[in-house]
Design a protein around this ligand. Structure first.
Ligand SMILES: [Zn+2]
Ligand SMILES: [Zn+2]
Length: 541
């Protein structure tokens, strides 16, 4: 179970900034933001960090193709991602860049420590070399055949076959990606991290790892099968320099996750002068709970490379790794080159950000694949947000406004309070199981009950009756408003901007983003003026 008394660091996998944000990216960021907001509602002290992943060959490759510097590409998309995250209400405490000075420093410090402790060794390897381009071909600069399964593969990953990470020099029949020539092999000295020395420690770590079972199980399988040492240097200019070798940079999967550490440092510096102590408690003394949100395609990096580096350099280990399933579009894999993609910026021109946040967590369980289609989106919005929640809010608020002008007098019913209590318990249980769909379902079930309750009690008949009936009518309205308030508190983490609107329609003057979960059962004040009822959601045509 999630430790109650500790501070929490939530990280979201770093977007690789060589292209625009598409819907597939969001399955990491939206649930991580919901998790953070909900933990805060439950009284946890949470720090939420992320940043742009800026190094590695794909960015250098794009820059060369466009005839600009890698820095230019990185800055362009770094800003783009920040804009999108703001528009979606994804509120990081700090959003950095792996090219920031503090990350260069932290990476070099960690790599130096690995060297001093004897976990790094030199090795001569035969690397793909293009005679025509007169250069070594790291990672994405080369394509060829996977030595394990024989499928066509990229230089660093068998992306179309067995999914294995490929070490430099492993690929067969290499072809230069720049000019298309067959590459040859040339000998070169590189540096290796002794990953194989950490098998038993990694197995212990993984057995105790919280988060989604897919991350743990997938990584355990790898650890039990084989762990090969890991080449941590590359022949590139762009990146974090390897200590005392100006001609080499560290592999991007070394400095990218170290971003979590340096972004924590930057986030804390902005909060307090005494940041160093807080930082040590998180990253050196294991006094906080660290939760990584990632996609299933990077489980290997987060559950094997990363913890091995942390163990070796004596840093705190993550407590949970939460891995989302991938996103497909109309039943087919998301593909930028085939045009099977939904760009978030385009989406936001047409629809409210909160409807997308809602769709992403309500449409399928977090670890399952999520298939986006416009029909599915339309059905979710029209049948759930418009028909259940929007309808409830407009109906009860208009009725209350028309006949009472404020929250009516009356006691809260046992039945209503019990329903709220159940929804709260289900939602809290779901959040700690990283089951965001169940979380939303519990909230919407409460909204559904509120609709049925209002319908069943027929206040529109009662209002026409005598004094006793009118009193009963007020009570029904107050109880329905209370249910609406409870739904609003529960759904704030999912739809922060829409629930802020609803909160003010309920006449609340507190900050919905700051109220705790207990507010669900705090009775609305009779006589509290209500705001102007307004349609919350538009139907998708
Ligand atoms: Zn393969
Ligand atoms: Zn070439």
């Amino acid at each position: 179970m999630f430790p109650r008394d500790r501070e929490v660091l939530v990280t979201a996998a770093l977007p690789y900034v060589n292209g625009e944000c598409h819907i597939g990216h969001l399955r990491t960021y939206v649930p991580a933001d919901i998790f953070t907001r909900m933990l805060r509602k439950l009284g946890y002290e949470v720090l939420f960090v992320c940043g742009s992943d800026t190094h590695g060959t794909p960015i250098v490759f794009s820059a060369e193709a466009e005839g600009v510097s890698p820095k230019e590409i990185v800055e362009r998309y770094h800003e783009h991602f920040q804009r999108i995250f703001n528009a979606l209400g994804i509120n990081f405490d700090y959003y950095g860049s792996t090219d920031d000075e503090s990350n260069h420093k932290r990476t070099q410090e960690i790599v130096r420590t690995l060297i001093e402790k004897g976990y790094v060794y030199e090795k001569k390897v035969k690397l793909a070399f293009c005679e025509r381009c007169n250069r070594f071909l790291p990672d994405r600069y080369v394509e060829g055949k996977c030595p394990y399964c024989g499928e066509h593969a990229r230089g660093d990953e068998c992306d179309q076959g067995c999914g294995r990470h490929l070490e430099p020099g492993e690929i067969l029949e290499p072809v230069c990606k720049i000019c298309g020539s067959e590459a040859t092999f040339k000998e070169r000295t590189h540096y290796y991290f002794k990953l194989s020395a950490f098998a038993s420690q990694l197995e212990d770590f993984l057995r105790n790892l919280d988060g989604t079972p897919n991350a743990r199980n997938y990584a355990l399988e790898w650890v039990r099968r084989e762990l090969k040492d890991w080449c941590i240097t590359r022949d590139l200019d762009w990146g974090v320099k390897f200590p005392s070798r100006e001609d080499l940079v560290v592999y991007v999967w070394v400095d990218a996750p170290i971003g979590y550490i340096s972004f924590t440092e930057e986030a804390l510096k902005r909060k307090s002068d005494n940041w160093e102590q807080a930082w040590r408690e998180i990253w050196k003394e294991s006094k906080a709970t660290i939760v990584h949100f990632i996609g299933t395609d990077i489980i290997y990096h987060h559950c094997i490379f990363w913890p091995a580096m942390l163990i070796a350099a004596e840093y705190s280990l993550p407590n949970a790794v939460v891995a989302s399933g991938m996103v497909t579009i109309n039943g087919k894999p998301l593909s930028k080159s085939r045009g099977n993609v939904v760009w978030v910026a385009d989406f936001l021109k047409k629809f409210h950000a909160d409807t997308l946040r809602y769709f992403l967590v309500s449409h399928s369980s977090h670890t399952k694949e999520l298939d986006f289609s416009w029909d599915a989106f339309k059905t979710r919005v029209n049948n759930e947000l418009v028909a259940i929640l929007g309808n409830l809010a407009l109906r009860v608020l208009s009725f209350a406004q028309k006949h009472f002008g404020a929250v009516p007098e009356g006691e809260l019913h046992e039945e209503v309070l019990a329903r709220i209590q159940t929804a709260r318990e289900e939602a809290v249980k779901a959040i700690f199981a990283y089951d965001f769909k169940k979380f939303v379902d519990a909230s919407m079930k409460l909204a559904d009950f509120a609709n049925k309750y209002f319908q069943r009690e027929e206040p529109w008949h009662l209002i026409k009756g005598g004094e006793a009936e009118r009193k009963r009518c007020g009570e029904i309205v107050k109880n329905t408003l209370q249910l609406l308030k409870a739904v609003c508190v529960l759904l704030e983490p999912v739809m922060p901007s829409k629930m802020e609107e609803l909160w003010s329609q309920l006449g609340m003057d507190s900050d919905i983003h700051a109220v705790g979960i207990e507010e669900m059962t705090v009775p609305l004040k009779s006589g509290q003026p209500l705001g102007k009822p307004k349609k919350l959601f538009e139907r998708v045509p």
